[in-house]
Design a protein around this ligand. Structure first.
Ligand code: ADP
Ligand code: ASP
Ligand code: MG
Length: 610
């Protein structure tokens, strides 16, 4: 058989009869010397329209019926696309997810693909036909063979999964922009095209709000080593390659259920500093971290959260050998920050953690998308009696800072729980950042993203003992609620003789209310304090694998925000990302400021077709 390519065309690309005909021309060209499987989305904004229609009938429709409804969008496109190809003299056939045998879990509205039956597609390809498959939909394994959908934006995932199952040469995602850009061109028209990006970077970006690719599509490409390109439906430009290291061989069974955790890592070369009671005004984080950057000190984790009293705490970790130097910077900066307006809020202070600490991490892909992973990590540590000092989460890494004396216990129990091996990174140099074939040094910041559909939740006065994070995030994981930016306060309050801390985190807005109700009920049961839900926030993030070996990236981001008078409400970092929560009204301004500050703007302006 010819070389096989899977091509996916998104909603805008097939938004009208004219566009379907134009896309058919493109497919016809490829089909002249290759086998082609085409995956399509619903036309234009059809899916949004169907959601709206459903809501006119029911405010909270049953998920099974929603899948029945939404899956019709793609069915229209496959038939029209197949007709357009036939009109050009190209033999073609359309197939629904069920006809192909895209078998998924029975989870309506967010089903993961279990496996794909390839026989029928292969038969048609053998006959020289182009096979046009409906994206976004599948069929459950259960006796009743229910129609399922994969989650909004899921056609990308259908395409990459099909490419992996059919062992295609590559998967091409055609869309309404020239490829993956340094940010969303609808907000920053000066966004530039990136010739390539690593899967890890793209996973972070996608889960931080860049909806150009469905994160699960990137995860499959990474896990199966499927070459993935994102390119324009209207031009012949080469687009963006999404590159990854060559993965271990994986079975095609349980395609999207493969283990998300590859290894446990630990680093005992860490020390922590906290700054408490800082004034809540723009520029504080910028001042601190630019002072540290001037000394060329590499900062690893940074977390900041605001308190009920309207003062901030910032905690961060550095290499042990730079602790004294970093603490000196923090001490020197303290008097320049000004006093809190209300003396009862306490004076700003610096605390260096006397006890040695260690960072223990799970490394893999798709961990934000699978909230059970972090919950299981916290639970495993709780069972082992390990107290968690700091938490950092991301799609490719979940880390906990713990007491150094607990490190071995933590690592062993995590390796056992996740059935993976361990890697010690304490002594490794900074050159371990990922580089791709064509690049010597990846840029510290590759791209930036904005997510305005975020909510912040805080639970106050949780007793400071092992198992509290496990309890909270276990409850949320049961509801399949993904959590990002988990921050435990560094400050302890004494409540009736018990030391307590606050925990704050972000979730996506539609899940905010469910998360809130779940925690309010639990707070009563476990005697926690107040639960606070806030919707008026936005999250801005920078992503780049080069930031690992590059001190000062955080400082540059905070300075850009300070210069734009944007107040930072929360900070959380992971290895290759830095995220800040700001007020929702500041989101766009913040994104534009950091895009510019990292020199990501180009001279060309990207126009997105309507
Ligand atoms: P499709 O219908 O083709 O799947 P989507 O609307 O899902 O298209 O994704 C493409 C859109 O993603 C672009 O029009 C753009 O507005 C948005 N986008 C957000 N972030 C980025 C980014 N970093 N690069 C490119 N596009 C982005
Ligand atoms: N049509 C679906 C949606 O709008 C799937 C997709 O376009 O990827 O979410
Ligand atoms: Mg899409």
């Amino acid at each position: 058989m010819n070389m096989l390519v899977v091509q996916k065309y998104g909603g805008t690309s097939v938004g009208s009869a004219e566009r379907i005909k134009a896309v058919a021309q493109r497919i016809a060209q490829t089909a002249s010397d290759r086998s082609v499987v085409v995956v399509v989305s619903a036309m234009g904004k059809t899916t949004d329209g169907l959601v709206k229609l459903a809501n006119e009938i029911s405010p909270n429709p049953c998920r099974r019926e929603m899948d029945m409804l939404l899956s019709t969008g793609e069915q229209v496109t496959i038939a029209l696309m197949s007709m357009a190809l036939q009109e050009l003299g190209v033999p073609a056939i359309s197939l629904t997810g069920a006809q192909v045998g895209i078998v998924t879990e029975a989870e309506h509205s967010r089903a993961r693909i279990l496996h794909i039956q390839t026989e029928r597609i292969e038969e048609h390809l053998q006959l020289g036909e182009v096979v046009v498959v409906a994206g976004f939909q599948g069929i459950s394994q259960s006796r009743h063979q229910e129609i399922t959908t994969l989650g909004r934006g899921g056609s990308d995932t259908s395409a990459v999964a099909l490419a992996a199952a059919l062992q295609a040469e590559r998967c091409e995602i055609y869309t309404d922009v020239p490829g993956i850009l340094t940010t969303d061109p609808r907000i920053v028209p000066e966004a530039q095209l990136m010739p390539e990006i690593t899967c890890d970077e793209m996973l972070e970006l996608a889960s931080l709000g860049a909806k150009v690719l469905h994160p699960r599509a990137v995860e499959i490409a990474r896990n199966y080593g499927m070459p993935l390109v994102v390119l324009s439906s209207w031009s012949d430009e080469p687009g963006t390659r999404v590159v990854s290291a060559i993965p271990k061989r994986r079975a095609l069974q349980d395609l999207e259920l493969t283990k998300p955790v590859d290894a446990v890592e630990y680093d005992t070369n860490q020390a922590a500093i906290s700054m408490l009671h800082l004034p809540d005004s723009p520029g504080v984080a910028a001042k601190l971290f630019s002072g540290i950057a001037v000394q060329n000190i590499d900062v690893d984790l940074i977390i900041q959260s605001i308190h009920e009293s309207k003062t901030n705490d910032i905690a961060f970790t550095v290499g042990k050998d730079t602790l004294k130097q970093a603490a000196a910077v923090a001490d020197a900066i303290l008097p320049t920050l000004g006093k809190n307006s209300d003396p009862s809020l306490g004076e700003p202070e610096v605390k260096t953690e006397e006890r040695p600490i260690a960072k223990v991490s799970l490394v893999g892909a798709g961990m934000i998308g699978r909230p059970r992973v972090a919950a299981k990590m916290f639970e495993t540590l709780a069972v082992a009696g390990v107290n968690i000092v700091m938490i950092s989460t991301s799609e490719v890494k979940v880390s906990c800072v713990v007491d150094a004396e607990d490190c071995e216990k933590a690592v062993n129990s995590l390796c056992q729980a996740f059935e993976v091996d361990v890697a010690d990174i304490s002594s490794s140099d900074t050159s371990r950042s990922v580089t791709t074939d064509s690049e010597e040094v990846p840029p510290p910041v590759r791209a930036v993203a904005l997510d305005i559909k975020q909510a912040r939740l805080a639970v106050r006065h949780i007793p400071d003992r092992p198992g509290m994070a496990a309890q909270i995030f276990g409850l949320l994981a049961q509801q399949n609620i993904s959590v990002d930016m988990i921050i435990q306060s560094q400050r302890c309050h004494s409540m009736d003789g018990v030391l307590t801390r606050d925990i704050a985190f972000t979730v996506s807005q539609p899940e905010g209310e469910t998360a809130y109700q779940t925690l309010v009920n639990a707070a009563v049961e476990f005697g926690w304090g107040e639960v606070v839900l806030e919707n008026g926030i936005a999250k801005v993030s920078v992503v780049g694998s080069g930031m690992i070996a590059h001190p000062g990236v955080a400082a540059q981001m905070f300075e850009a925000l300070a210069t734009s008078q944007v107040n930072i409400l929360m900070i959380a970092t992971s290895e290759i990302k830095i995220s800040c929560v700001v007020e929702e009204k500041d989101g766009v301004k913040a994104l534009q400021a950091i895009h510019k500050a990292f020199g990501l703007s180009g001279n060309d302006v990207i126009k997105v077709p309507a």
